[in-house]
Ligand binder design. Structure first.
Ligand code: ADP
Ligand code: MG
Length: 728
């Protein structure tokens, strides 16, 4: 394996690709035996490529930072020094205290560890360490208690990389640095291949991959870290974008869809019924969807819109456009309550509409919309199923039950999936496959959980995205208040009673309990009992939770809709889409435990009518993050703005997680910090694919260049992720 022993002069061998590096097992490195290899594997480092992508989490600039002299009491600090003394002793309760002294020529620092006896073995005189922690003083001397310790061994160089270390896997920063150095030394003679075309590199001011890989691990200066990072971040984001854009194009080239011939007849009548003019955003988005639907390629579009932006109308427009051309439409909602509500609203909007009848002797027949959930009685269900297959039903509204085996369509042409974050990708695919014949229906996915544009490019990058970024006029903004203590809570309940007295209605959302449906239901029941016996005594209060049967839930919801119930005490089952314009107060108990998106969704249940609405966030925030979330909600009602804040607070892992469970492809890149790079990566991916498509088949060099890039992307994303993207 050693390059030095190779009979072939190294210059003649091609540069190493990512695939080459991925094929080199970690154990082929000098200094990595079976035991170390096992540790590394447990940290998901299997190949030399994994190791080279095991990036430093920070750097220490020996020339500038990290002097003991510069530590400030009461602040966090980082120092690099040498251990000069280690002492271990027993203290009260038979616990062990390890005292260590570290010096660096500018001063000395006392370091203490409680109950970490192994530190006495880990640290010894003469060892170079980096310490990171809060600085106190003890009897006039600087001290750190239980700091983070990085062993940097005998690393030289002005900038010392600090690698993520794993106590459990027994991987220290110095070990990683040594193995990385070995890997780089071995790669040096052949150098690392760079498939990004030179003109792109030049235009973007990127350094080449070889240099970037060396500089991220063994930088000369912090400036060289920055340019290395810039290039490697691009590579990560580019791999994802290339995969997604290719996926999109592949579909465009291979899938055959329906070229809908909408007449505008039904949609026109529906809009007339509706009575309000469309918002500019609705017009724009309807235009985008109509274009997609006319096109014989199947639509794969995501509709992002804040709560209350009027997505339902857009969805209905799409469904009707399909029906106009003689096709069926399906609308899938995440819950029965929501499916039921959609059915009610849509049926009333479409009341009296006639469609062409090709079967009977009459030229037209009434448009048929049917609800198909598990709550529908069996006999009705059977009938609706049969009539869906025969084509007598035009629009079917349902939940997951729509994708059950038994549901077949006559000619499904449009599918709308509401609140997509609740649906798996597989479910989408199954529904799409319900279309008879070889034509794929158009698919519109709607989400009320806005995510920032650049994050959407990564998470939904294989879909076209439309954004409904405008609320219909005449909404009174919702006032959000924090009832952090008993006094504010008292005025909160007062305001609930006042609103009810004025003829309005209220929601009370119970504390979030993730343990189980059952426990959550029990706690909701307790809250309900407490409130009806106390704060909400004498009001008509009802309970809604996930353990109730569909029929029970429907009864409660329709009574609430009818105004027969003053206050609805509920779990998060009401989170999405519930639309009762007369409800003007939302109380969220123990609000600090909910996420931003969830709070925003819940708040969106009020402020839907002509009356001014209030949202109360109750309870102390038990964590700093909880407080930040509450503050964010008070400060903004804009879902996209809140999504940005959410991303800041939670990091990208969770957003990626919505689509890609498990491994996060981003080792170095951050959807938060590297927004411009996401956009750039997508532009470059599109540009390179355009070039490859434009070049004639005889231009082998373009195709070769592209396949090198594609191969890189596959290696970087790992086979499972590639498959995942494939499946969409
Ligand atoms: P979303 O699903 O995006 O949260 P909905 O589709 O439920 O929002 O619409 C919220 C409310 O706004 C509904 O009561 C709907 O009838 C109303 N609405 C939608 N579009 C308009 C419009 N252009 N003008 C006035 N009201 C509208
Ligand atoms: Mg909705």
């Amino acid at each position: 394996m050693s390059t030095e022993n190779s009979p072939i002069p190294h210059e003649s061998r091609p540069p190493l690709t990512l695939r080459d590096l991925a094929a080199l097992d970690i154990e082929t490195l000098k200094g990595v035996g079976p035991k170390r290899a096992a540790s590394l594997r447990s940290a998901e480092v299997h190949s030399v490529l994994d190791l080279l992508r095991y990036y430093p989490r920070r750097y220490i600039d020996r020339t500038r930072e990290a002097a003991i002299r510069d530590l400030r009491e009461g602040e966090e600090g980082m120092v690099l020094g040498t251990v000069t003394r280690v002492e271990q002793r027993r203290i009260r309760g038979n616990r062990v205290m390890v005292n260590v002294t570290v010096a660096d020529g500018t001063g000395t620092l006392a370091v203490t560890f409680f109950n970490q006896p192994w530190r006495a073995k880990q640290l010894y005189e003469g060892l170079s360490v980096v310490l990171f922690g809060k600085v106190d003083s003890f009897r006039g001397n600087l001290q750190m208690a239980s700091p983070i310790v990085d062993l940097i061994g005998d690393q030289t160089g002005k900038i010392v990389p600090i690698y993520p270390q794993s106590e459990k896997a027994k991987i220290g920063s110095a070990d990683v640095a040594r193995w990385v150095a070995e890997a780089l030394r071995r790669a040096e003679p052949r150098s690392l291949a760079d498939p990004i075309p030179t003109d792109v590199r030049k235009a973007q001011g990127f350094i080449d991959r070889h240099t970037a890989t060396f500089e991220i691990h063994q930088p000369e200066s912090m400036a060289s870290v920055a340019r290395a990072r810039r290039r490697l971040v691009f590579d990560e984001l580019f791999a994802i974008q290339l995969e997604l854009v290719m996926q999109q194009r592949l579909r465009q080239h291979t899938e055959v869809g329906v070229g809908h011939r909408a007449t505008g007849d039904l949609t026109g009548q529906m809009l007339e019924h509706f009575g309000f003019p469309l918002t500019a955003a609705q017009k724009r988005v309807i235009g985008e969807i109509t274009n997609d639907m006319h096109d014989p390629h199947p639509m794969h579009r995501l509709l992002q819109g804040d709560v209350g932006a009027g997505k339902t109308l857009v969805a209905l427009h799409a469904l009707l456009s399909g029906v106009e051309g003689g096709f069926q439409g399906a609308l899938m909602a995440p819950t029965e309550v929501l499916a039921e509500q959609h059915a009610l609203g849509i049926k009333s909007l479409l009341d009296g509409l006639q469609v062409e009848d090709t079967v009977s002797m009459f030229p037209t027949r009434p448009l048929r919309v049917e609800l198909l959930t598990n709550g529908v009685p069996t006999a009705d269900r059977k009938r609706i199923l049969a009539q869906t297959i025969s084509g007598e039903v035009d629009i079917v509204i349902g939940t997951h039950s729509l994708i059950q085996e038994s549901v077949g369509f006559f000619n499904l042409g449009v599918v709308v999936i509401d609140e997509q974050h609740r649906f798996g990708v597989e479910q989408r695919a199954v529904l799409r496959a319900k279309a008879k014949g070889d034509k794929e229906p158009d698919v519109l996915v709607m989400t009320a959980t806005p995510i920032p544009r650049t994050a959407a490019m990564t998470v939904y990058g294989d879909l076209d995205v439309s954004v409904l970024d405008e609320l219909p006029p005449g909404r009174t903004p919702i006032e959000t208040k924090w009832a952090a203590g008993p006094i504010e809570e008292a005025s909160m309940w007062n305001s609930v009673r006042d609103e009810v007295a004025a003829g309005r209605q209220a929601y009370v959302v119970c504390p979030l309990i993730e343990a189980s449906d059952k426990i959550e239901a029990r706690s909701a029941t307790e809250t309900y009992e407490e409130l009806t016996g106390g704060e909400l005594f004498s009001l008509t209060v009802a309970l809604l939770h996930g353990r109730m049967t569909s029929a029970e839930k429907e009864d409660v919801m329709s009574a609430f809709r009818a105004g027969d119930i003053d206050v609805l005490v509920a779990t998060t089952v009401i989170e999405v889409g519930v639309d009762v314009p007369n409800a003007t107060v939302m109380v969220i108990l123990d609000a600090g435990r909910f996420g931003i998106a969830q709070l925003h969704q819940l708040r969106g249940r009020v402020g839907r009518g002509e009356h001014a609405s209030t949202c109360w966030l109750a309870g102390e925030a038990t964590t700093a993050d909880g407080e930040a979330r509450i503050e964010a909600l008070i400060g903004s009602t804009d879902g996209f703005e809140l999504a940005e804040i959410d991303l800041e607070l939670r990091g990208e892992g969770t957003i990626m997680g919505e689509r890609q469970k498990g491994q996060n492809d981003l080792r170095l890149a951050s959807l938060r910090r590297d927004k411009e790079m996401v956009v750039l990566a997508r532009e470059v991916a599109i540009d390179l694919l355009d070039r490859a498509e434009a070049s004639a088949a005889d231009s082998a060099s373009v195709t070769d260049a592209l396949s090198a890039l594609v191969d890189d992307a596959k290696v970087m994303l790992g086979s499972t992720d590639t498959e995942y993207l494939r499946k969409n």
